[in-house]
Write a protein that binds this ligand. Structure first.
Ligand code: SF4
Length: 467
């Protein structure tokens, strides 16, 4: 049995941030090569602190869904996941045994050599007859002062493509450092120029900054009066959103774990947690704001506030992904980075098999089944605020200055709206939803949403209503 975990950044504010990782997880799930594909996030749930506990096997491969190495892949992810590693990840990855699971952490997908094929695929999309006679390729990177590795990978890809002889010339240019993209008319000579952004996703840079810096007006732009004569620029979509990235992820995973290897076993604590939940579900159960009702061999999920409403008045969902997309936003359309906040949308019901019920519950309340069961078995260790604060780096290091009163002020504001009981602040949970108390859900450690709010509090920028 093998589990694959894809790690994304996520966002406290933007509900679309996690979508690319969801989509890749779906594509890889369809290939059936892993027994499960789980997503985890820095700023959403399941969080980096929780995600390993949500994996069903003892053989776990973790892939950071980032375009380059840097602060998140070398510092934040290994630290938060407890990998006992900091700094550059070696090409063979990092392997650790954590809580009975063998965990392999790989380089980010963007640095894999097969990304060269994705660049070429993007180039062909926008100019199918690109030729070594008259076409130049620009591989366009962000450029950063924070980490020179992100540029290294752009140069490596440009070198590989240059050596393949498929283009008359190949250049690596950057948005934020030399050689800058705006210099292209002086350095690129070919009459046809393909530009492929080496970016993770479509966004401000690919839609605005790059076109502005290059003078582009659409997918194809003519430049009749350039220093080297008339040139035509073909602007491709970013590499990170190409479906072939799924193949890159699988290459990485196979290299890390050994294709077709024996894999691991079912993780016993995880399975016991879900069996405890399913036992309750077969009898009918309320967990948080959700009602689980057995119905002739399937299960119905709905918001408990919709109890008794005729099914015809509710939107019926039939897949875990449908449930996931339904519960990502409040009734008012606001993003829900913390799923245990009491703002689950109403007006839907899901009808699911037992296998799909497990996946749907994972989406409704990520890590809640596993953490609650662990709590009930006295195996969930709380992390006090001081420990969480000490661990923070970068812009969040500032939370170390927060006074207990400031932390409590934020918690009173944010956590009061959450189902979880703050074990990290010394609160006690005597009964859980597994004992029939729907709101009995432990919080072992301050979530990143609260950490971010404490930072705002320390900075004096906090309005008091949360993000
Ligand atoms: Fe909920 Fe507060 Fe725990 Fe975050 S820190 S999960 S808001 S109880």
């Amino acid at each position: 049995m093998r589990s694959l975990v894809l790690i994304g950044h996520g966002s406290h504010l933007n509900g679309e941030s996690a979508v690319a990782v969801y989509r890749y997880a779906e594509l890889i799930r369809q290939r059936g090569l892993f027994d499960e594909v789980i997503e985890g996030y820095w700023k959403e749930e399941p969080s980096l602190r929780q995600v390993l506990r949500t994996t069903a096997s003892t053989d776990v491969t973790v892939i950071p869904m980032f375009i380059s190495e840097g602060y998140f892949t070398e510092t934040v992810i290994p630290r938060e996941m407890g990998l006992g590693h900091q700094g550059p990840v070696p090409p063979e990855g990092v392997a650790r045994v954590i809580g009975g699971r063998t965990v392999r952490y790989t380089l980010p997908y963007g640095v894999h050599p097969s990304m060269t094929d994705v660049i070429l695929a993007r180039a062909r999309e926008v100019l199918p007859d690109a030729s070594p006679e008259d076409t130049a390729l620009i591989v366009l990177g962000h450029g950063t002062t924070r980490n020179e590795n992100s540029n290294k990978i752009v140069y490596q890809n440009a070198d590989r493509i240059r050596e393949s002889g498929q283009f008359a010339e190949v250049q690596a240019l950057f948005l934020d450092e030399d050689p800058k993209v705006g210099t292209w008319p002086e350095t690129v000579r070919s009459p046809r120029v393909v530009v492929v952004p080496f970016f993770a996703s479509e966004g401000w840079h690919t839609l605005e900054t790059i076109p502005e810096d290059m003078g582009l007006t659409g997918t194809v732009t003519d430049f009749p009066d350039n220093p080297h004569g008339h040139q035509q620029v073909f602007y491709a979509k970013p590499v990170g959103t190409h479906a072939a990235v799924a193949d890159v992820i699988l290459h990485l995973a196979e290299e890390a774990s050994g294709a077709g290897g024996p894999g691991g076993d079912t993780e016993r604590g995880h399975e016991a947690a879900w069996q405890a939940f399913l036992k309750g579900a077969r009898a009918g159960l309320r967990i948080g704001e959700v009602l689980v009702t057995p119905e002739l061999g399937v299960f119905e999920l709905r918001n408990a506030l919709d109890e008794g409403r005729p099914g015809g008045e509710l939107t019926t969902l039939v897949t875990p992904e449908g449930v996931r997309d339904q519960v990502r936003f409040t009734d008012g359309g606001e993003h829900r980075p913390v799923h245990t906040l009491r703002n689950l949308p109403r007006g839907w019901r899901a009808v699911l098999s037992e296998a799909d019920l497990r996946r749907a519950m994972h989406y409704v309340y990520p890590a809640v089944i596993e953490e609650t069961y662990a709590h009930d078995c006295h195996a969930l260790r709380p992390t006090p605020w001081a420990t969480t604060a000490r661990r923070q780096t970068g812009i969040y290091a500032k939370v170390q200055k927060a006074t207990p009163a400031q932390v409590e002020h934020v918690a009173q504001d944010v956590c009061t709206g959450c189902l979880r009981t703050r074990l990290w602040a010394g609160q006690r949970l005597t009964h859980s939803f597994l004992d029939g108390v729907p709101g009995g859900i432990p919080c072992a450690e301050a979530c990143t949403f609260v950490v971010a709010e404490v930072r705002e509090e320390v900075s004096g920028k906090r309005g008091g209503g949360g993000h």
